[in-house]
Write a protein that binds this ligand. Structure first.
Ligand SMILES: C[C@@H](C(=O)O)C(=O)SCCNC(=O)CCNC(=O)[C@H](O)C(C)(C)COP(=O)(O)OP(=O)(O)OC[C@H]1O[C@@H](n2cnc3c(N)ncnc32)[C@H](O)[C@@H]1OP(=O)(O)O
Length: 293
């Protein structure tokens, strides 16, 4: 692997081999202390305890919601808070003032341009987006305005994506001389399959809502007006109507099936199922003589 790095990127110092980087012990605590120094913007979490729907808003409108180091830390902290929210059914990830996110804040990026710092940032964002993806809640990215580079990558950590009619999404990392740093390469491939992901990642082209829907990246196209309300209604109506505990368990079963070996996943599903068996939700349902036609 070191030879591959050397031949294709001759400017990378010899000591930064693939193995060398991955064996670095990236301490997330130290990375957090580092990132938080790169100021600007906020990431705001609102939990609606009536509906069980949380909203995370990326807020750096002067830069189309580009992510600073501090915003990366706030996003991680918001996910930590949601990990402890037992009442959560759904999550909407979006941006303020008509934009989703234009990727890493280029003013911040310019200050951390070494392979070691890139590796640290990447470890931190991988951890955050894995934890977002693994939340026992149904997550949706609402793509409005633009989602570019790291911003496009953020959307791939959610279960679903809605997109407004005028929005664009582009995995432009290749045009910036890098590949996906926030885990978007792996996640996009899981969503679309290798061939379509290669097309999107290698071209770096921007997709409009029709392209994104056709290719299977986006689940719902919505008008620009009231897009947050429309996304929330869609999320509640389709995925968050039923009992909180049951929704959270369904999400956990699908995660296990997607990411674990089959025997481990089946074992988990048996436990998640049997803990509900004979519970109040089931007793109420079986006493109603429901017809499902
Ligand atoms: C982590 C890393 C990675 O590759 O993995 C990345 O994500 S690298 C980041 C990859 N993203 C990018 O390269 C996006 C570059 N930006 C753009 O392509 C464009 O700005 C758009 C996002 C399409 C928006 O275009 P539009 O014409 O609507 O607005 P605009 O260009 O006037 O942008 C409004 C203001 O936001 C700033 N701005 C926009 N994107 C920014 C960014 N990522 N970092 C820092 N500032 C940014 C612009 O410089 C401008 O500042 P002033 O008002 O002061 O002029």
């Amino acid at each position: 692997m070191a030879a591959f790095v050397k031949s294709s990127c001759s400017w990378i110092p010899r000591f930064i081999s693939y193995r060398g980087l991955s064996s670095l012990n990236s301490n997330l605590r130290d990375t957090k202390d580092l990132l938080i120094k790169y100021n600007g913007g906020t990431v705001d979490l609102v939990k609606d305890t009536t509906t069980g729907i949380a909203t995370i808003s990326l807020n750096n409108p002067g830069k189309k919601n580009a992510l600073t180091g501090k915003m990366m830390v706030e996003l991680a902290d918001n996910i930590s808070e949601l990990e402890t929210w037992g009442g959560g059914k759904g999550l909407i990830l979006t941006g303020t003032e008509g934009s989703f996110c234009s990727g890493g804040d280029l003013d911040f990026v310019k200050k951390v341009l070494t392979p070691e710092l890139g590796f640290q940032m990447s470890c931190f964002m991988h951890d955050t987006l894995s934890r977002l993806h693994q939340l026992p809640m149904i997550s949706v990215a609402l793509i409005q305005g633009g989602a570019f580079g790291g911003g496009a990558e953020l959307t791939t950590a959610c279960d679903f994506r809605t997109m407004t009619e005028s929005a664009r999404i582009g995995f432009v990392n290749i045009k910036m001389g890098v590949i996906t740093g926030f885990s978007g390469g792996t996640r996009l491939t899981r969503i679309l399959g290798q061939r379509k992901a290669l097309d999107i990642l290698c071209s770096g082209r921007s997709l409009d809502c029709n392209d994104a829907k056709t290719i299977g990246l986006v689940d719902l196209v919505i008008p620009d007006m009231d897009s947050l309300d429309k996304t929330k209604s869609w999320l509640i109506k389709n995925y968050c109507t039923w009992d909180t505990e049951i929704i959270r368990r369904v999400k956990q079963v699908t995660l296990a099936a997607a990411e674990m070996d089959i025997e481990t996943s089946l074992a988990r599903e048996r436990i998640l199922f049997s803990q509900l068996w004979g519970g109040p939700a089931q007793k109420a349902a079986v006493s109603k003589n429901l017809k499902h036609n």
